[in-house]
Every structure is written in C-alpha cells, then in structure tokens.
Ligand binder design. Structure first.
Ligand SMILES: [Zn+2]
Ligand SMILES: [Zn+2]
Length: 258
C-alpha cells in the first residue's frame, strides 16, 4: 500500500496546505485501487493534482467536522459537473459514522439528495469490518465530541505480503484506539493538542499521546498528523519521538510505503 498525504493541517486549513485528507493506494487484480481517507476543507484542490477523482474506489470519513469532511460537497460538485459528467460513473462507496450524509446536505445547502448522488453512502458502526478490493477496513470508536471512528486497514504491501495501516481520525487517548492500532505497520495519528498541563478530555491527542498510542500498540512507524497551523510541528514531533522513536511528520505530498 502507498499512503499519500494530501493535506494534514489540524482543525483548519493552513496557509500552505488543506485540512485532513489522505490517499491510500494498492495494486490488486491488474489495477491500482484507491481509498480516500477524509476530505477536509480545501483538500479537493490538491487532490486533483494527485489523482483523477473519478478513479477513487472508496471514501472513508472519520467524522463530521469540517476539517475532515467539508470538501465532500465540493467533490460531489466536481464529479457531477466536471470531466466525469455523463460518463455513468458508478456511485463511490462512502463510509463513515452516522450523520455524514446529513453533513453533505448541510454543506451543499439543498433540501434534496443531489449532493449525495455521486456516493453510495452507508454508515459504519464501531467494530464493523468491510472489504473493498484489496482493502479490509475495520472501524473502531474514537473519543471525540461527535460520532467518530478510527480505522484499521489491511491490504497488500508493495512486496505483496499483508500490511496494516491505522488512522486515528480525531480522538483522545483510549484503550479502544490503542487496541485497533495493535501491531500496525504504520499508524497515522493525530496530534491536535499542544502539550499543556491540562487539555480538555475527549477531543484530541497531544504529540506525546500519539507516541504513547504507537508505543503501547507496538506499531512500527508513527506518522504524526493534524497539527494546527498555530502549533509547533517540530515541537509536536519531538514529543512524539520521546515516546516512540520511529516517528515522522505528515507533510503535503509525502508518500509512505506501508
Ligand atoms: Zn480535526
Ligand atoms: Zn474533529
């Protein structure tokens, strides 16, 4: 599998990058399969420079905050009125916690379901697993103020052996998140909180907590993401590395082999 960072700014888009969005690709059955993880504010712009959006096979959404799903409405417009118009594109499977369909309607601002037309929407429950091409996706409950999921994705590595990527979405530290990350080859973990004496509970990880999840779960590589534009990326990485030495930063355009 190959993970490409489309955008990784936390909470809002930054001056030089959009909010959360990641592309996971794997070669299987004679073609490349593409799974999009989140499509936050501004991400549909650089997405088009990386891949033809009409070739996306499935979309996983972690939760309904704008920095993770606002641009689904933009992708819908692009698929309906852009180059794919009139090509009988099959609806793209769109999975996430309950309420993502309502978010798209709200952002689109229409009372009908036109904005959902390019997608085959279906809610995922914590603990549920589904397959899509070479990918097996398992959802886990994340600890966040709105319904939110972390994802464990199993698929072929570049050399063809099974590999595992885990994406935390937005979450506070919890046993469920550590459990879903167990033994992963790559953990893409958010670090939305600065390392303060006290942060509100049930919202985000700090860099140190992202490192703690990686360490407790026994993952190989940690990729730290979702750092807000006003926070120190290097300071956050340093805190993560103090807990898990094999840690690096998500940056737009970076590609990780899983
Ligand atoms: Zn977020
Ligand atoms: Zn959030």
């Amino acid at each position: 599998m190959r993970l490409t960072i489309i955008g990784c700014a936390g909470s809002v888009a930054g001056p030089d990058q959009p909010a959360s969005s990641y592309l996971l690709e794997a070669d299987f059955a004679g073609r490349t399969w593409r799974l999009l993880l989140d499509l936050g504010a501004g991400a549909v712009g650089p997405l088009q420079a990386i891949v033809d959006p009409a070739t996306i096979d499935g979309i996983l959404v972690s939760h309904g905050h704008p920095d993770h799903c606002a641009d689904l409405a933009s992708l819908s417009v692009l698929l309906r009125y852009g180059p794919a118009q009139g090509t009988d594109l099959a609806p793209i499977p769109l999975w996430g916690p309950e309420g993502i369909d309502e978010r798209i309607r709200q952002v689109e601002g229409s009372s009908d379901d036109a904005g959902l037309a390019p997608f085959a929407w279906s809610a995922l429950a914590p603990g549920e697993s589904r397959s899509l091409g070479p990918f097996t996706v398992t959802a886990a409950r994340a600890w966040h103020p709105v319904p939110a999921l972390a994802y464990r994705i199993e698929g072929p590595s570049e050399s063809g052996v099974p590999a595992t990527l885990v994406f935390t979405g937005d979450t506070d530290l919890s046993d469920e998140v550590v459990a879903v990350a167990a033994g992963a080859d790559l953990l893409l973990a958010e670090a939305g909180w600065a390392d303060r004496a006290e942060n509100p509970r049930g919202i985000h990880l700090t860099g140190a907590q992202a490192g703690e999840v990686a360490s407790r779960a026994g993952v190989r590589h940690l990729v730290v993401t979702h750092i807000p534009p006003w926070a120190s990326v290097w300071g956050t990485l340093e805190q993560a590395r103090a807990e898990h030495a094999d840690a690096t930063l998500a940056r737009p355009g970076r590609v990780f082999e899983v």
